[in-house]
Design a protein around this ligand. Structure first.
Ligand SMILES: NC(=O)c1ccc[n+]([C@@H]2O[C@H](COP(=O)([O-])OP(=O)(O)OC[C@H]3O[C@@H](n4cnc5c(N)ncnc54)[C@H](O)[C@@H]3O)[C@@H](O)[C@H]2O)c1
Ligand SMILES: O=C(O)C[C@H](O)C(=O)O
Length: 344
């Protein structure tokens, strides 16, 4: 539709609408991440329908959000009986359902509760939205993604291109902390983060940072440790009131936007994510991936070539813990004896 400019009297045309809009479901939408994430999604021009689901009542949250004058339609679904309606027709399902850490806990300590939650929810996604992209936020991501993969396999609908562990917050932190340290313009900074999403399995590749940045050995060690402990920094500051929620919502919204741009046919969309991978001997691994119309188009091997000595050693060191977390997730669904996992 044309718009008449009051200054010139000429008729200007608004940018054409996007080719497509998408339907998104958030499972665990009533929580610390779910609520701000839903607000950010409501603002996205790529989303036409946003379904909120939680075991707690989310009708009020849906009513509240629905008053924002952006076009996306919002509906709330509470309790297991309404999950099917929530998932019907979803293009992307985002899962932040589950309990967060308290000080002194590792992410793996959440396995006992969150493994069952993720398994149950992914079973429903497999039945009701089998072609949707699935973004898993619930911790421990290193295990919950293998759990989801195994559930989808058992249901006969596993497409590895469509299952993601959301590790965008690690990239967001790496960019922020590096920019602060070296006084860089934040908008220019991009640090790939590989491996997994817990402690030393989070490996920022500072040697591959853009713009290329000279760091001393001490600076690399200090920054790497801060990025690896970013989650714990927030857990301790919140002192028992949960873990990162607002920065996570921001990161998840960024990852959703990139995924939708990929689905919409945009070229050259790249994000780091924890996915089924052939880049290393580990079956699941976070790396930069190219996103396209069907989800992951390809992993980007270049980031793993020419690593610094520090990164090479850190990569080898993280593999046993990451493998144990993967095996623990797979064993949980296969009902095998769960391997003992020792983590820092
Ligand atoms: N991937 C990451 O980078 C990252 C970052 C931050 C937090 N997390 C993880 O995200 C998860 C959620 O964190 P939070 O701070 O939002 O927690 P929260 O406790 O504030 O919210 C969790 C929500 O999940 C809901 N829920 C629980 N069981 C459910 C089920 N079976 N079905 C649907 N909803 C259910 C709860 O009712 C609650 O509303 C945690 O496991 C946390 O560790 C991951
Ligand atoms: O640290 C946590 O427990 C939450 C999340 O994984 C994070 O990195 O902030």
């Amino acid at each position: 539709m044309g718009i008449v400019s009051p200054e010139s009297g000429s008729c200007e045309f608004a940018a054409p609408p996007r080719a497509s809009t998408f339907r998104v479901a958030v499972l665990g939408a009533g929580g610390g991440i779910g609520q701000p994430l839903s607000l950010l999604i409501k603002m996205s021009p790529l989303v036409s329908s946003l379904n909120l689901y939680d075991i707690a009542n989310v009708r009020g949250i849906a009513a509240d959000l629905s008053h924002c004058n952006s076009p996306c339609r919002v509906a709330g679904f509470s309790g297991a009986a309404e999950l099917a309606r929530c998932l019907s027709g979803a293009d992307v399902v985002i899962i932040p359902a589950g309990v967060p850490r308290k000080p002194g806990m590792t992410r793996d300590d959440l396995f006992t509760i969150n493994a069952s939650i993720v398994k149950t929810l992914v079973e429903a996604v497999a039945d009701l939205a089998p072609t949707a992209l699935i973004h898993i936020i619930s911790n421990p991501v290193n295990s919950t993604v293998p759990i989801a993969a195994e559930v989808l396999k058992q249901k006969g609908v596993y497409d590895p291109r469509k299952l993601f562990g959301v590790t965008t917050l690690d990239v967001v932190r790496a960019n922020t902390f590096l920019a602060q340290k070296k006084n860089l313009r934040l908008v220019d900074v991009d640090v790939p983060v590989i491996g997994g999403h817990a402690g030393t399995t989070i490996l920022p590749l500072l040697s591959k940072a853009r713009p290329a940045t000279v760091l001393t050995g001490d600076e690399v060690e200090e920054l790497t440790a801060r990025i690896q402990n970013g989650g714990t920094e927030v857990v301790e500051a919140k002192a028992g009131a949960g873990s990162a929620t607002l920065s996570m919502a921001y990161a998840a919204a960024r990852f959703l936007e990139s995924s939708l741009r990929g689905l919409d046919g945009d070229q050259e969309v790249y994000e780091c994510a924890y996915v089924q991978s052939a880049l290393t001997e580990l079956p699941f691994f976070a790396s930069r991936v190219k996103l396209g119309r069907k989800g992951v188009e390809a992993a980007v091997p270049a980031d793993l070539q020419g690593l610094s000595g520090f990164e090479e050693r850190a990569l080898e060191a993280l593999k046993p813990e990451l493998r144990a977390s993967i095996d623990k997730g797979l064993a949980f669904v296969r009902k095998e004896e769960v391997p003992v996992l020792v983590v820092a």
